[in-house]
Design a protein around this ligand. Structure first.
Ligand SMILES: [Zn+2]
Length: 344
């Protein structure tokens, strides 16, 4: 009897290749909005740059500080405060309000895109994010007994409300958790605000995340960008990413995948420096992405399709399940990895 795509994914594809290159995913605000289109467990909205002021509830504060406009875009509002020394107290108040808002966000009980991302990617892979919300780390917290700590590398490129870092021991973890080496609570990561010239070297945790990002971008076979609009305030970030990617002519084998609801023209224009000829895919739904169609086997599927020119079947992540059902579905994939010596 013919094997189901799930069985084939478990048994065959992993044997076909020893491809250990990382799959790198970069998340922007649009990813969190897509994951929680109607808000978090308590209907709190995941803001984008344009509606940030409204949803985080900082309009009054900005108005009192004399920031022009009724509901300004956060990027514009922040840049008018940043260079004024008289605005230090306002910036501090803004920081604590933002930290409070993002720290209060809660995951619903059912599986979210963050659970899917974490379960669908292997320890060799990387999830980098510009987002401040705690969902990626919440997903680690609730899936970790299944993954046993073998999660993809998580890089918080603009800081995060739930992440901590022990500078002395260079250990990453949850904000406030005890460092495994010095047994002291780990301080949180700073949040980097939208200013054009961000200095990614100032904070050791963020500098470490960026060095790792630059390294893995050189080695990746696939770069997936999910819901990241690359706003003008992120010129510094984009330049760093472009430098790490290098000359697009030298990346003739790599695939760039964009998960976004913007138009193809808009997206290809933004990501042109990362796209070699026709080597890109655009999906407006995460569940149509390469990761969601080939969970834990994105490298093997890539190898078979693009290097070996083989027909490959999709092994889509099941939707409308409980977390428990999802874990059961993944178990044969974890077992296959374990039996070939990969620690999972
Ligand atoms: Zn420590």
């Amino acid at each position: 009897m013919a094997k189901s795509p799930h069985e084939a994914s478990v048994e065959d594809e992993i044997k076909d290749t020893s491809m250990g290159a990382p799959h790198v995913v970069l998340l922007g605000a649009g990813a969190s909005r897509a994951a929680f289109s109607r808000g978090d467990r308590n209907s709190r909205i995941l803001p984008l740059m344009d509606d940030f002021v409204q949803h985080v509830g900082i309009g009054e504060l900005l108005k009192r500080a004399g920031v022009p406009g009724d509901a300004p875009n956060f990027e514009t509002a922040y840049s008018s405060l940043v260079s004024d020394p008289n605005m230090a107290a306002v910036r501090q108040e803004l920081e604590s309000r933002i930290l409070e808002y993002f720290s209060s966000l809660e995951m619903p009980e059912s599986p979210t895109i963050f659970d899917h991302l974490l379960l669908a990617m292997r320890p060799k892979d990387v999830i980098a994010t510009f987002n401040w919300d705690p969902f990626l780390l919440e997903a680690v917290r609730r899936n970790n007994h299944i993954l046993k700590g073998q999660v993809p590398a998580l890089l918080f490129l603009h800081g995060n409300v739930a992440a901590g870092f022990c500078t002395k021991d260079r250990v990453n973890g949850f904000r406030g958790a005890i460092c495994s080496k010095c047994k002291q609570p780990m301080p949180g990561l700073p949040l980097l605000y939208p200013i054009t010239q961000k200095n990614y070297e100032n904070d050791p945790a963020i500098a470490t995340a960026w060095s790792y990002m630059k390294l893995v971008l050189k080695k990746t076979f696939m770069f997936t960008v999910f819901g990241y609009g690359a706003p003008a305030s992120d010129t510094a970030a984009l330049n760093l990413l472009k430098d790490a990617w290098g000359n697009v002519e030298d990346r003739s084998l790599e695939q760039t995948e964009l998960i976004d609801i913007r138009s193809k023209e808009d997206l290809t224009k933004t990501w042109d420096p990362f796209i070699h000829t026709h080597h890109y895919e655009i999906h407006n739904d995460f569940f149509d992405s390469w990761i969601a169609r080939h969970p834990r086997r994105s490298g093997e599927a890539y190898w078979n399709q693009y290097m070996m020119a083989k027909f490959i079947s999709n092994n889509r992540i099941p939707q409308s399940t409980t977390l428990k059902e999802l874990w059961d579905w993944y178990k044969p994939l974890f077992d296959a990895e374990q039996s070939r010596g990969e620690v999972v």
